[in-house]
Design a protein around this ligand. Sequence first.
Ligand code: SAM
Length: 338
Amino acid sequence: MSLAPALQSLPALSHSTPLSRAVDYMRISVTDRCNERCLYCLPEQFQAWTPREDILTYEEILAIVEVAVERGFKHFRVTGGEPLVRRDLPYFLKKLIETPGVETVQLSTNGTRLPEMAGDLYEAGLRRLNISLDALDPARYREITRGDVWPVLAGIRIAKALGFTSIKLNTVLIRHKNENEIWPLVEFAASLQIPIRFIELMPVSLTEMLTEENFLPVGEVMAMLADRDKLIPQDAKLGHGPAKYYRLKKTGALVGFIGALTNLHFCESCNKVRLTADGNLRPCLGNHGEFDLKRALRPALDKEGLRASLNQALAEKPPEHAFRNNWQPQRIMTAIGG
Ligand code: SAM
């Protein structure tokens, strides 16, 4: 299992321009559990879940957030696993949103539970959603995720009607699986006036489909879209992530591209760290280093210890990911937090 051969011909990531990385964005995984089994993410028979007692409580996460805010963090994304499968998530979101110094809170979800939960999320104060959607066709969607697309589509419409101010769609690109879905997804996003981002497959799981044959570079997708419509580059940054955006002239769609592997400048502006569900701070998805925060939380809160670990993680944030170097994941994406 490797994407490496497909990438051998690419030059190294570039640091020709200086790193401009004020790290102020934390992705918080609240669970490693998920109710879907995406081909590129979770092996179907996967059972090695983190024991529940090892997963941080909401209070422990909030203690970390307080210290992160002191250190200049402003933007937080709640993710997983699938965050909507964790009990009382709206309670946690409300607390997080109300934490002084927290400027934006976003939620990444597969959307399957949005129909029943969107109202509670909105009431908790959440206004920003990123929703994974790899296909519109129900059979294709099921093939990729092993789930049903209809609750996701219903959830997107409900969220839109409720008035969430930022809704974005995320599509992971898989050659031979969802190439034919790309244009329908663009039109769907345009019809709802919500941005859609296409994400290159990353070698962050243990599934067999992470091969060079399945890798579809964002450049190819841009060329595919350019055959149908004119791509107008957008200067404005949308949110706090690494996507580059284009407006499609005729459809009006706003399309983002996340080329973690083929964009040679990808890491230069990386502004984030990840907090795993079991309390490790990971400064880079594509490097194995993690800093254990739980020992500063249990048996009792040690704020100085948290500050020291956070400072160390930031000081040791690698300049770039190592996905090109025949990368072998040690922890899968759901355990780290997407
Ligand atoms: N369950 C939530 C969701 O579906 O958005 C949050 C967690 S999920 C791991 C976060 C994002 O990571 C999703 O957009 C997912 O498609 C993406 N992802 C997972 N495995 C990936 C891989 N191997 N390559 C690229 N993106 C991946």
